[in-house]
Design a protein. Sequence first.
Lengths: 201, 468
Amino acid sequence: MDKFEKLSGIAAPMPLVNIDTDMIIPKQFLKTIQRSGLGKNLFDEMRFDREGKEIADFVLNKPQYREAQILVAGDNFGCGSSREHAPWALLDFGIRSVISNSFADIFYNNCFKNGILPIVLPQEAVDVLMKDAEKGSNARIEIDLENQVVTSSDGETFSFEIDAFKKHCLLNGLDDIGLTMEKGSAIDAFEAKAAAARPWV
Amino acid sequence: MSPKTLYDKIWDTHVAHESEDGTCLLYIDRHLVHEVTSPQAFEGLRMTGRKVRAPEKTIAVPDHNVPTTHGRENPDQMTEDSRIQVAALDKNAKDFGIHYYPVSDIRQGIVHIVGPEQGWTLPGMTVVCGDSHTATHGAFGALAHGIGTSEVEHVLATQTLIQKKSKNMKVEITGKLKPGVTAKDITLAVIGATGTAGGTGYVIEYCGEAIRDLSMEGRMTVCNMAIEGGARAGLIAPDEKTYEYVKGRPHAPKGEQFEAALAWWKTLFSDDDAHWDKVITLKGEEIQPVVTWGTSPEDVLPITATVPNPEDFKGGKVEAAKRSIEYMGLTPGQKLTDIKIDTVFIGSCTNGRIEDLRAAADIVKGKKIKDGMRAMVVPGSGLVRKQAEEEGLAQIFKDAGFEWRLAGCSMCLAMNPDQLAPGERCASTSNRNFEGRQGYKGRTHLVSPAMAAAAAITGHLTDVREMM
Ligand code: SF4
């Protein structure tokens, strides 16, 4: 997994609320057995018409947002299915951070496993950044994970909360499984104790 | 000892390790696996030379891609990519030595129906699956929730999950339900009341007389959609109905072990003075048969209502409602019962169990579906299908003009050939009405099985109470 330290990038505005994982990556693209290559189908049904032609007014099709690395989005982003294909598609397209007032639980967790930083900010802050994002490619938003700060193109700063463990893993690009396996003896001990207490499991 | 909620109790018995910052390794008792969200996880194990830590606690079944028409063992029935995905699960189950119900096995079905049916799901367990509707298993008083593929790999390799504890939310449904009102109406009404983000950060415990009165099937329907309310999981304290359902299932404990298990299960309830971070109460008598009008499960209204006006909403919801109404091809002020339906889907992990099929068959019996209607029943598992055939339900559906299918997810998410065409409008017993969920530009109204059956007969959304 790639580390996430600082990012300065173009932010695409997606004010719609309840953007679900079916929108982010429709199910016909879940049939892959790989993690890569999903970026071309990101937001497929909003981005392309039935013939596969780009829908000009969809935000990521506009020239100024084609290189976007950040999404500023409406409430409850990533609701719906648990498909990790959603963060895989975002990442493959080049999105490294999503800013919203709230995220659905599973999507939020899935982001961290893939080096994407989901940032929760109060609605007023999201509104400011949304306006900022609407300015297009001249407006770069800066994200500093170490200091937990987002800076708008006008220099306005917003600090955000993040779980310390998740932050540590993201800053260092750490693999969860490796970390957990180091605690193998604790798991062994738990398993033995649980097997005695609840042998039917 | 300080008072605890049911969630607290299950959590506390499953923490294998706790770090100073409160991050825990939660031990997982049952790991359910399906073909769509697992291939990359098994591939990850292969690449790192890791094994499945507890194959005896890992159960796999293909369900999302599988065709639900006869002759489906014939590979020609699947598209190339679906075939590859199912074949990958076949191979992974074999290579890693996990329990497996292949397409040809009568026990095959939707993973959340197979788990309880085979007795894999028991009270007090932790259950995960790379699928958001894992919350279904909460009906047994298990802590059950969906995970992503990286977490699937994590559980395969370590049998644990890195977790922080959620908050406790109590959803109480008091009193009795009126005739024609079902578990599906309860769960949709709750989402209507809380919104799709209302449960974010919480584990919900459903309680109250109306919940107690539900069968295990009904309780699974309620918990199934906890995720649509944003909650990590939903659960219901086990009781006599739970023990009765579990007893004698193939993988449930037997004899002395059952007695020992039972003694523990009986301690699984929320203490009287336990702390709740949020409490919601709905009156059972006031819940009506409901239907969704928009493209989010929170877009719920009683069947007697009319399509809302987007201007009646606040903030970002105004735009969302406009977009929904346009997508759904509706007009504000239009009566919901005037909405014409061309497709009916009865099935899914929300409503694909025997009781659901009985409720639908009750309405359908002796009648015919509307001319031009496409109506299908897709049982949740091969065993549900068999039972429905033995009870004569299958014949009732067939006589009325329904297609009687084999088990799978089918048109719940339309990854297999069962899809809506653009503009088609479906009364569906599934759980998601998102844009394109049941097929590109397809339109979905979520309803109970009885309401779906009623719509199949009349050709429009219908108040099932008028047909009872
Ligand atoms: S029936 Fe639908 S919701 Fe349930 S597991 Fe299958 S696709 Fe998911």
